[in-house]
Design a protein around this ligand. Structure first.
Ligand code: S3P
Length: 429
């Protein structure tokens, strides 16, 4: 663990940064490029620890992958030509790698074992292994297949018609990727729409997929074709600087290349509802994923209520939204967000505990939190819980504390934003 003392003396933030590649899309670009036979090139790739874990797994399956900064070249024999791995596939801290790999490996003709770090070992996998088992998958693991390590004996799969019990793009994607190799047409039904990068990217790789009113249909047996993927910037990473720009006095930040996929843009709606001084200019192109340049300035903020079907559109942004709410006039209520309990750490507990240490008026609830603002924050010793998004939230908080913040582990930030502190330095005035 690398502890870090953050000591900023009345800073302001000025200037512009280009947001690094989207984590969800970077994972998928590598996965789909590995499933496809032939060459795939990726630009704007996020070389964060999670996405590097995905690359590692595919190398162990015999896929050639070259990484040069944010450029990736994949040369694959295609899923039918993969080798049975001689080593355990290690997914690190990455839930997306672990869950999507389960769907991909279920329909191969070989045996494989997946495991990750201590956080992955606590994350529920039955939400993926149960529907996959209904498709015929043979998966064994700790606590009846509920937790890693998981052993997968690849086998022939049949299609499923599955109504999603929770809004989860990881579960949806695992089923669709298994469905790609299954007999018949796989159908996934979503009550609340989760991020749709898998659906968009399947089209990019030449698959025929239908999406209508929350019903996704994918015919099995389709082959993917190598292509070029240009990954947009990650709105979940941009969110830290959007909030920083709004709460740090005398600030104006321009964020370039922000992915604004409508299944991910809940943070923009919340900032608007809270009164943020923000301008969004959409980039005009016909890319698979829309992007924008966003300017944000120090703002007078008011509390809001965040609940219902916006939650999946901002689930990863709730830690930083909680900090935003500590600086807003009035009460902010976040509910229907029980999924936060099964992220990299229990983010309801982590956010409430750590913001309290800094002086925030915040109460954890069963499915969210209640925050009264505005409050002046002070320095303290805090813990990231090894969770990248808790780490970045606390780093942004330290910009407005009246004394230093010491965090126990800043290294975890490299999971999704390896250049976070460089970007912060660029903006500090
Ligand atoms: C992700 C989906 C979300 C999100 C995670 C990335 C993805 O998780 O929180 O950071 O890439 O599909 P769930 O599927 O558990 O909601």
């Amino acid at each position: 663990m690398t502890s870090k003392v953050l000591n900023y003396n009345n800073p302001s933030l000025q200037g512009s940064i280009t947001v690094p590649g989207d984590k969800s899309i970077s994972h998928r670009a590598v996965m789909f490029g590995a499933i496809a036979k032939g060459k795939t090139t990726v630009t704007g790739f996020l070389p964060g620890d999670d996405c590097l874990s995905t690359i590692d797994c595919f190398r162990k399956l015999g896929v050639k992958i070259e990484v040069d900064g944010t450029k990736v070249e994949i040369d694959s024999p295609g899923i039918d030509g993969w080798e049975e791995p001689k080593e355990v596939l290690y997914t690190g801290n990455s839930g997306t790698t672990t869950r999507l790999m389960l769907g991909i490996l279920a329909g191969t003709d070989f045996h494989s074992v997946i495991t990750g770090d201590d956080s992955i070992a606590k994350r529920p996998m039955a939400r993926v292994t149960n529907p996959l088992k209904q498709m015929g998958a043979q998966i064994a693991g700790r606590k009846n297949g509920e937790f890693t390590p998981l052993a997968i004996q690849g086998t022939k799969l049949k299609n499923i018609d599955y109504a999603m019990p929770v809004a989860s793009a990881q579960v949806k994607s695992a089923i669709l990727l298994a469905g790609l190799q299954a007999e018949g047409t796989t159908i996934v039904r979503e009550k609340e729409v989760s991020r749709d990068h898998t659906e968009r990217m399947l089209k990019q790789f030449g698959a025929n997929i239908e999406v209508e009113d929350g019903v996704i249909s994918l015919k099995g047996g389709q082959k993917l074709h190598g292509t070029h993927v240009d990954v947009p910037g990650d709105i979940s990473s941009a969110a830290f600087f959007l909030v920083a720009g709004a709460i740090v006095p005398n600030s104006e930040i321009l964020l370039k290349n922000v992915g604004i996929n409508p299944t991910r843009d809940g943070i923009i709606e919340v900032l608007q509802n809270m009164g943020a001084d923000m301008v969004i200019e959409e980039d005009i192109d016909d890319a698979a994923e829309p992007t924008a340049t966003i300017t944000i300035r120090t703002s007078n903020l008011k509390g809001t209520t965040i609940e219902g079907d916006i939650i999946p559109r901002l689930i990863d942004e709730i830690p930083i939204i909680a900090l935003l709410a500590t600086q807003a006039e009035g009460t902010t209520i976040i509910r229907d967000a029980q999924e936060l309990k099964v992220k990299e750490t229990d983010r309801i507990v982590a956010v409430a505990n750590e913001l309290k240490k800094l002086g925030a008026n915040i109460t954890a609830t069963d499915d969210g939190m209640i925050i009264h603002g505005p409050t002046k924050l002070h320095g303290a010793e805090v813990s990231t819980y090894g969770d990248h998004r808790i780490g970045m939230m606390l780093a942004i908080a330290s910009l407005i504390t009246d004394s230093p913040v010491e965090m126990d582990d800043a290294k975890c930030i490299a999971i999704s934003y390896p250049t976070f502190f460089e970007h912060l330095d660029l903006l500090l005035k």
